[in-house]
Design a protein around this ligand. Structure first.
Ligand SMILES: Cc1cc2nc3c(=O)[nH]c(=O)nc-3n(C[C@H](O)[C@H](O)[C@H](O)COP(=O)(O)OP(=O)(O)OC[C@H]3O[C@@H](n4cnc5c(N)ncnc54)[C@H](O)[C@@H]3O)c2cc1C
Length: 393
């Protein structure tokens, strides 16, 4: 079977779903192919921080009702080092802007519901397998669904299928550059059934490494500590995990995280990655397909939304006025924002982790940088304005 649409989208993550929704509001038809089931994408716990601009966009689109009821708005973060905790206020240093703690899978649920209510074509359990005629004006994507092979023919094909994309490799090898940096540490993450330990996120640097206290809901908390990326969760009993958190988060005033049943344990590697350009002819890439940031800056989800916001505008100009200026400028404009986020995420990671093999001198430099961020309004503003994010492009 061959389907036909204006914009073919591979992947129903934040990038693919948001793009499809924005196009729908502009009267442009799209079809999404998603390899996983609806249940799976709606239950995979990943990101949790929404930048100010993403929240504003969701509000303008009328997609903010459940988020407003269930999210937690944060007006700053805590930085903890040398046994002391310092508050970095966004109200003071980012002109009153804030972030929202709202789990990515809840954001996905809202978008899927809005898309299906508008009659969208989302093909779940439809795995894209090959891009056909990538150079033509009607690229096609081959996909497998219910054991049968199908094709989707479109005017434009957008890869929103994450790092292991099948769309990105369809760009000719001599026209693309992939820049990557792999960090020598990973994050050991847990989900714990407990009330929040803190009213705002705590980023901690201890002599032995990094820890983060985050949240997903009033009853479910997300916590991470730095680990060897090749470690195995099987090596970590609950007691050993809590002992690690207590040590990395210890303060002079005896603060302790709230504990409870650990319902999930995982290890993620950390890397930075950018693919340039983000367009080849009628093929586009967005979100994690085009770039990965280490999670320390909490930028992945928002970058995905910012990409497709730009791309949707370019496609609107094309279908409404027949001009390609927006599409031609997409890659350059998106990459400007991507590189700012890449730098910020690398900087936060460098400041807050113990790097294997790094000496005491390096650690003292990190502590000095943290003290500067907490003590200087200019340095605090640098962190705050990057953390809450710049206006949507
Ligand atoms: C553990 C973890 C914690 C994170 N924490 C944060 C955070 O706190 N803040 C933040 O901003 N970011 C965070 N991120 C990053 C954030 O989750 C991603 O940047 C975000 O999901 C990117 O959205 P996307 O739509 O580009 O890609 P994805 O969400 O990866 O979506 C891609 C979709 O494509 C589908 N797909 C893949 N291949 C195919 C195929 N061949 N055919 C059809 N479908 C396919 C996948 O099933 C998937 O649903 C975190 C990521 C992880 C893994």
């Amino acid at each position: 079977m061959t389907l036909r649409t204006q914009v073919g989208i591979v992947g129903a993550g934040p990038a693919g779903l948001m793009l499809s929704h924005l196009l729908h509001l502009q009267g442009i038809e799209s079809v999404i192919l998603e390899s996983r089931s609806r249940e799976e994408i709606e239950s995979t716990v990943r990101a949790g921080v929404l930048e100010h601009g993403t929240v504003q966009l969701l509000t303008e689109l009328g997609l903010d009702a459940r988020m407003r009821r269930e999210c937690a708005e944060h007006h700053g973060i805590y930085l903890r080092f040398s046994g002391e905790t310092h508050h970095l206020s966004f109200t003071e240093h980012a002109d009153g802007r804030s972030i929202m703690l709202y789990a990515q899978h809840e954001f996905i649920k809202d978008l899927v519901a809005a898309r299906l209510a508008a009659g969208a074509q989302i093909h779940f359990e439809a795995k894209a397998t090959a891009v056909i005629d990538p150079e033509s004006r009607q690229p096609r994507i081959r996909y497998l669904q219910n054991g049968a092979e199908h094709e989707l023919r479109c005017d434009f094909l957008v890869g929103c299928d994450g790092y292991h994309s099948i769309v990105r490799p369809a760009f000719p090898a001599d026209r693309r550059k992939e820049l990557a940096h792999v960090y020598p540490m990973g994050w050991f993450g847990i989900l714990v059934e407990a009330p929040p330990s803190s009213d705002e996120l705590i980023y901690a640097l201890h002599d032995e490494g990094f820890a983060l206290v985050s949240t997903r809901s009033p009853t479910l908390q997300r916590m991470y500590f730095q680990c060897d990326p090749k470690d195995d969760v099987a090596n970590w009993s609950d007691d050993r995990i809590w002992a690690r958190f207590h040590r990395l988060l210890e303060t002079k005033d005896g603060w302790k995280p709230k504990t409870g049943p650990i319902v999930s344990k995982s290890i993620v590697g950390m890397r930075s990655f950018v693919a340039e350009p983000m367009q080849h002819g009628r093929l586009f890439i967005a979100g994690d397909t085009a770039h990965i940031v280490p999670p320390t800056g909490a930028k992945g989800l928002t970058l995905a939304v910012a990409d497709v916001n730009l791309l949707a505008r370019g496609l609107d100009e094309f279908y409404r006025r027949g001009t390609t200026a927006g599409l031609d400028g997409y890659s350059e404009a998106a990459l400007r924002r991507v590189w700012r986020a890449e730098h910020f995420s690398w900087w936060m990671t460098s400041m807050l982790h113990r790097f294997p093999g790094a000496d005491e001198f390096q650690h003292r430099l990190q502590l000095s940088q943290l003290a500067y961020v907490c003590g200087s309004p200019a340095a605090a503003r640098t962190l705050a304005e990057n953390y809450v994010g710049f206006p949507m492009p």
